[in-house]
Write a protein that binds this ligand. Structure first.
Ligand code: KIV
Length: 281
């Protein structure tokens, strides 16, 4: 039965138990969030991909708390039903546990989010626990963690050898133990994603992690063909809106320049008698 009420954590965990797939898409503004909510996407992620996709940064590193909160506010004003997750930007949770709790709280209190997401494996489990202990739900994020792309020597598939794979399995278990309610797994081999999904009780959401995760996430602009800089292998572009938008904008430019737009039906008209008096004046 389709869920019409606000999505909860227990609803998402129940979906995993029943083998029903969970959907997650990013949103950064009011109109996109409204559409995701209307079509019934389970979870809306205000990702720090905001930095690259919308703000034009080269990576997610420069994204600030203020930018994230600003966009979370727009998303939460639009969403009625989906579960909203705010992505903690680089250095908003690493400096100290106190700072992490304070910033996580801002996502809930100011941004209107239901939960936060932060990147990292076992090494951030103590931060996850501290935030969860304060009553703020945390979604973990393992595998390719873009905030550490330099340390990882680029945007590469993670967990390809047994040692690295075992660390990711341990991380998933440690993060579940720390209280994370969900784990995003980015760019890891499908067999590893399958193992982790079987071994943890919380939902796993894959992006470039194969079909056996409990759900899938993609960036809104990638699904719609709105981000032209590059298209990762794991993306399925369902429509190419960039070319459609450029076609429409080119037509507008031509019609304005040729005088074809606006037509009388796009203008406001005075009563003819009033217009006559005005013209005679
Ligand atoms: O920032 C983001 O959009 C993300 C997703 C790609 C999982 O972290």
């Amino acid at each position: 039965m389709p869920q019409t009420e606000k999505i909860t954590i227990s609803y998402l965990i129940e979906k995993k138990k029943k083998g029903e797939k969970i959907t997650m898409v990013t949103a950064y503004d009011y109109p996109s969030a409204r559409m995701l909510d209307e079509v019934g996407i389970d979870t809306v992620l205000v990702g720090d991909s905001l930095g690259m996709v919308v703000l034009g940064y080269e990576s997610t590193i420069p994204v600030t708390m203020e930018e994230m909160i600003h966009h979370c506010k727009a998303v939460s004003r639009a969403v009625k039903r989906s579960f909203i997750i705010g992505d903690m930007p680089f250095m908003s949770y690493q400096i100290s546990v106190e700072k992490a709790i304070e910033n996580a709280g801002r996502f809930i209190k100011e941004g209107g989010c239901d939960a936060v997401k932060l990147e990292g494996g076992s090494e951030v489990a103590h931060i996850v626990k501290a935030i969860v202990d304060m009553g703020i739900p945390v979604c973990a994020h393992i595998g390719l963690t873009p905030q550490r792309a330099t340390m990882l020597s680029g945007y590469k598939v993670q967990g390809k050898d047994v040692e690295a794979a075992k660390y990711l399995i341990k991380s998933a278990k440690d993060l579940e133990k720390a209280g994370a309610f969900m784990i995003v797994m980015e760019c890891i081999p499908d067999v590893l994603a399958r193992i982790i999904t079987k071994q943890v009780g919380i939902p796993t959401i894959g992006i470039g992690a194969g079909k056996d995760c409990d759900g899938q996430v993609l960036v809104y602009h990638d699904i719609l063909g709105l981000f032209e800089k590059f298209v990762p292998k794991f993306v399925k572009q369902y429509v190419n809106l960039s070319s459609q938008i450029k076609d429409a904008l080119t037509k507008f430019k031509k019609e304005v320049e040729s005088g074809e737009f606006p037509k009388p039906e796009h203008a406001f008209h005075m009563d003819p008698e009033e217009a006559k008096k005005l013209l005679e004046d």
